[in-house]
Design a protein around this ligand. Sequence first.
Ligand SMILES: *Cc1c(COP(=O)(O)O)cnc(C)c1O
Length: 343
Amino acid sequence: MNNIKNLVRPSIAALKGYSSARDEFTGMEGIFLDANENPFGNLNRYPDPYQRQLKKEISQIKNVSEKNLFIGNGSDEIIDITFRVFCEPEKDKAVILTPTYGMYEVSAAINNVALVKVPLTNSFDIDFEATKNAIADTDVKLLILCSPNNPTGNLLDSGLMEQLIKDFNGIVLIDEAYIDFSDAISCNQWLSKFENIVVMQTLSKAYGLASARVGIGYASEEIIEYYNKVKPPYNVSGLNQAAAITALKDTETYLSQKEIIISERHKLSAALDKNPLVFKQYPSVTNFILATVTDAKVIYNALTAQQIIVRNRSQQINNCLRFSVGTPEENAQLINALNKLAQ
Ligand SMILES: *Cc1c(COP(=O)(O)O)cnc(C)c1O
């Protein structure tokens, strides 16, 4: 494998990051007259640019050193920074395995990076030969793997993932937005084995903090340093850092909500099984279910008319709807509405 410095865009490798006032002085007592802040109020000070307290919390829960952590303004920011650090616009390429999360394509387009799409197999797993061929192109700098995958709901084969990482002369971004709902072990355990990976998780799904925008990146210290140089200095607000710390400390709420969501997914799945409008549903280890239905558009519109909003994914997979798992009451209403439509 190339060393990381050779994979980073030359302009980023040479970049001297902005040194903010709070870079050097943070979390200590003193008279702060350095950042042109208003001296009055509660939210008047800039937050810690490196989110140290939050990282300490995550480090304990996830058993990963603070030095290997990066916090993004949502994991969507980490996707964007990954493109900006590693992919030279109009030159380098990225590979995604489709159908998958739509932001990868948007981030690639924003950064003017060509995207190569390799279809997943019929069971939505990695097509190893096709993926291997795609990443053999020396212009391909980035491979994105989403596991569990959105919108399909399944894990990718971790043995194949490992093989791809091992053979690839580039960076592999592994998106684990839904891993909390599965019993899979995070790929962040591979940090000691592979230096060309960035693993991503989020507090937006299982931790219930979508509004707070907190994404977690796991990578080598060297990669984290590049990301720190590229990110906006105060990319995660103080309010959001505090909300994240509170949510992470409340293990009981996290576990009980997760349990309800998973048991509700089983209920929803059983109901979809019995509904004649549903041809097929795909096995899910997430908080949503993808299903092929008789007529996605008709069902989608009928549900929307009853103020039940689901996601129509038919552009990616023919006649498919994606149902997020809601509260028990919301799911009962969805099931009821689908059963009525089937009559
Ligand atoms: C929801 C989702 C995210 C979103 O992450 P934020 O942390 O809210 O930005 C990332 N990846 C996938 C696959 C998702 O479905």
